[in-house]
Design a protein around this ligand. Structure first.
Ligand SMILES: [Zn+2]
Length: 128
């Protein structure tokens, strides 16, 4: 990766970081709305739970983006954390905070699914 690529991804990451921080900063607005009408209050509760799920995801994304910014600083950015091969620029264009190459990412996803299957209670596994 050359300097201008690095600079471009740095700017993309900074923009993403700002966007995510702004989204998190608005979380306080969610707490103050109280409706005297019970039905409305219920709807707001559902909405708030939905929002807090999104906020949790936003917080996770922000952590990924910050980790990528650190990798830009220490020049490990764009290198797969698992196999040490360069991550393709096409992939980084879509996910500038990617920490793994496509091959490793796919393997990790499969392993994760496998773990979930292994954790399934025995009685839910169909018997032959
Ligand atoms: Zn890899």
């Amino acid at each position: 990766m050359n300097q201008s690529d690095r600079k471009k991804f740095h700017e993309m990451l900074l923009a993403k970081q700002t966007e995510l921080q702004n989204r998190l900063a608005r979380r306080d607005d969610l707490e103050v709305q109280v409706s005297p009408d019970e039905f409305d209050a219920r709807l707001q509760l559902v909405d708030r739970e939905f929002q807090s799920g999104l906020l949790h995801q936003t917080a996770l994304d922000l952590r990924e983006v910050r980790a990528a910014l650190v990798r830009i600083e220490d020049e490990s950015y764009g290198i797969c954390a698992d196999c040490d091969e360069p991550i393709s620029l096409a992939r980084l264009n879509v996910i500038p905070w990617a920490n793994y190459c496509v091959k490793c990412q796919e393997r990790i996803e499969v392993e994760k699914q496998q773990e979930n299957l292994d954790e399934r209670p025995q009685e839910l596994v169909p018997s032959e």
